[in-house]
Every structure is written in structure tokens, then in C-alpha cells.
Design a protein. Structure first.
Length: 336
């Protein structure tokens, strides 16, 4: 049987309603742990974002040195087909609103559909799409016509019209045989940790998606934890609101500090997560996900990639987080 046809039949059989409200068959009873593994290989070190990546350690160099993470990580940003990772599930970021041409709703011309096709043609399963408008950064990167969303308090949030149009495009792309599924999980990648949970109009837009992803860095306005942009109170408020609505929530955590930052101390990245949990951020909830954003930015570009036996490395942190999230406890599987 044609692979695309089989996938379509299985998807329809598994879901009684839209994908965005159906259960996740790859997530039975607990949240996901994800990782953004960059640079993956030597080719990736040719990038120059926030400074040269030349000479940076790569995941390719750690082959054979992360068996636990390779087996247990749930999803990857930018799947590494030649690495040791067993998962074939990917998540990725997507910026809407950069230009009219890129947002052309004709599926064959649309940038988002091309991104989905690229992963599916390589054999990956598209899990979550972290979507937003990011005009401030985009204008600096060569997109002069980029526009923010309708909410002054959080310009990353799309409009209801945007989300509805994207859903319709998904269906059309599937009908044209361009994608494996007629719908995909959209998580709004927000800028403010709690505005989306307190504003009625923002509520309405968020409820058109599968949920929310929030980026918590360990530098610039996010520092320090107690008083910065990502302090526990608002983060917990936003996450709990999303989960109470039956939506998903991703704490997109990182980049994290490393030497020579004056603020770095051993295990500070773990301390922040422990502070969130102590403040009430759900740890073992089927729709509460933790994705590590180990983008090589700020001092984080100096952190060793591995091996996973090094607790200070990226893979060591990943191993610790997997163990924390997947270890059964009295709250496991409960909507705390």
C-alpha cells in the first residue's frame, strides 16, 4: 500500500476529532522531553549566529557516548539521521508573517508546508510546530516587511485569522498529496510568560492551537530568576492556565549559562528548573513538556556537548532531565 495513503488511514483511525484535541499516541501518560542538538555536525559549525560557530563541539563527535539519551529522548529539533538518536519525531520553530510571499496560502508555495515536507520526506514524524511572529529579530535578519501580531503586549501571538488560515492550508496540502496528515500540532511560541492566560482575546487565539511554548533563557532580561522576565510566578500561572484548558505546554528552556559568565555556577541550570517545580510548575503531567534549547548563544556556546556521563555537558543535562521527568512519582500522570 502507498506509504502516504497508509499514514492517512492510520491517522484517521486514531483520531475521533481534530488532531489538535485528540490524544497523542506517542505520549502515553507523561510529558515529552525534547532537545535541540546543534551544531549536529561539522557542516553546522559554518553558521555565524551571535558569533562564529567555528571550532564548536558537535553532537557528531559524541557518537556512542550517549546511549541513555539516544534511547529515551522523545523529540528533536532538527532530527540527526546519522546520530545515535532512536526517535524519529521532530519539532521545529516557524516564523509566520515575515513576508507575503513566504506566507502564500497556496500549499505548493508556502514555506511552512515546505518545512513539513522536508522532514516527512526524510522519514521523520512532525510532532510539534512552535509558531509565532518574530518581526523584531526578522527585520534585523533581512526581512524588512516582517510584521508583529495583533497584541501589543505580546507581538509573537498570531491572530485568529492566521491560525484558521493555516489550518485550512494544512487540509488543502494533504488533499493535494503534499503532506502525510491533514492537521498538525501548533504551539504558540509566546514572548510574555502569562499575558496569553489573562487576556480574553488572547485566550481565544490560543485555544485555536494545541497550546503554548514559552522560552526561558538564563541571560539578558531573563536574569536573575527571582525578578527577571522568566520569574517563576508568571511562568507557573501561564502553564497552569494552559493545562487547565486541556492544552499542551512546552517550557522551551535555554540557552543556559556557562563560563565565563559572572553568574555561572555549577548546576545553575538545574537550580532554575527545581525552583520552577518548587513554585508549582507541573513536573509529571501528560501535556507538560520540557524541551532543551541548547542553541549556541551567549556563554552557552562554550558548554561541552558530552558525553552524557559528564553532568555539566549538554547531554549530561539532558540525561538528568529525562530521569527527572520520566521517573514515576506520586504526581505522575496527574493534572496537578
Amino acid at each position: 500500500m502507498n506509504r502516504r495513503l497508509l499514514a492517512s488511514i492510520l491517522a484517521l483511525a486514531a483520531c475521533a476529532g481534530p488532531v489538535r484535541r485528540g490524544p497523542d499516541p506517542l505520549n502515553p501518560g507523561r510529558g515529552l522531553v525534547g532537545l535541540r542538538p546543534i551544531p549536529a555536525d561539522e557542516a553546522g559549525t559554518k553558521h555565524n549566529h551571535g558569533g562564529s560557530w567555528e571550532g564548536m563541539p558537535t553532537f557528531e563527535q559524541q557518537k556512542g557516548r550517549y546511549p541513555f539519551v539516544a534511547e529515551h529522548i522523545d523529540t528533536l529539533f532538527g532530527w540527526v539521521p546519522d546520530g545515535d538518536f532512536e526517535t524519529r519525531r521532530v519539532f521545529f520553530e516557524y516564523y509566520w508573517g515575515l513576508s507575503e510571499q513566504r506566507d502564500d496560502l497556496a500549499p505548493k508555495k508556502n514555506g511552512l508546508i515546505r518545512a513539513i515536507r522536508r522532514w516527512e520526506e526524510r522519514g521523520a514524524t512532525v510532532g510539534h510546530i512552535l509558531i509565532c511572529r518574530e518581526a523584531r529579530l526578522a527585520v534585523q535578519r533581512g526581512w524588512p516587511d516582517a510584521e508583529l501580531g495583533p497584541f501589543e503586549e505580546d507581538g509573537r501571538i498570531l491572530s485568529a485569522k492566521d491560525v484558521t488560515a493555516i489550518r485550512a492550508m494544512f487540509r488543502e496540502a494533504h488533499a493535494e498529496g503534499l503532506t502525510l496528515h491533514e492537521d498538525y500540532r501548533l504551539l504558540m511560541l509566546v514572548e510574555d510568560p502569562s499575558f496569553f492566560a489573562t487576556d480574553p482575546e488572547a485566550n481565544r487565539v490560543i485555544k485555536l492551537t494545541e497550546g503554548v511554548a514559552y522560552e526561558a533563557h538564563q541571560f539578558n532580561r531573563h536574569w536573575p530568576l527571582e525578578t527577571g522576565w522568566s520569574k517563576p510566578g508568571p511562568v507557573v500561572e501561564g502553564a497552569k492556565w494552559a493545562l487547565e484548558q486541556g492544552l499542551e505546554y512546552v517550557l522551551y528552556y535555554g540557552p543556559v549559562l556557562w563560563e565565563p559568565s559572572e553568574h555561572y555556577k555549577p548546576f545553575i541550570e538545574r537550580e532554575w528548573l527545581q525552583a520552577y517545580w518548587a513554585a508549582g510548575l507541573p513536573k509529571h503531567h501528560p501535556k507538560m513538556h520540557y524541551f532543551l534549547n541548547t542553541f549556541p548563544h551567549h556563554t552557552g556556546r562554550g558548554r561541552p556537548v558530552g558525553p552524557e556521563s559528564d553532568p555539566h555537558s549538554v547531554l549530561g543535562l539532558t540525561k538528568w532531565l529525562i530521569e527527572e521527568i520520566k521517573t514515576p512519582s506520586s504526581e505522575a500522570g496527574q493534572a496537578r
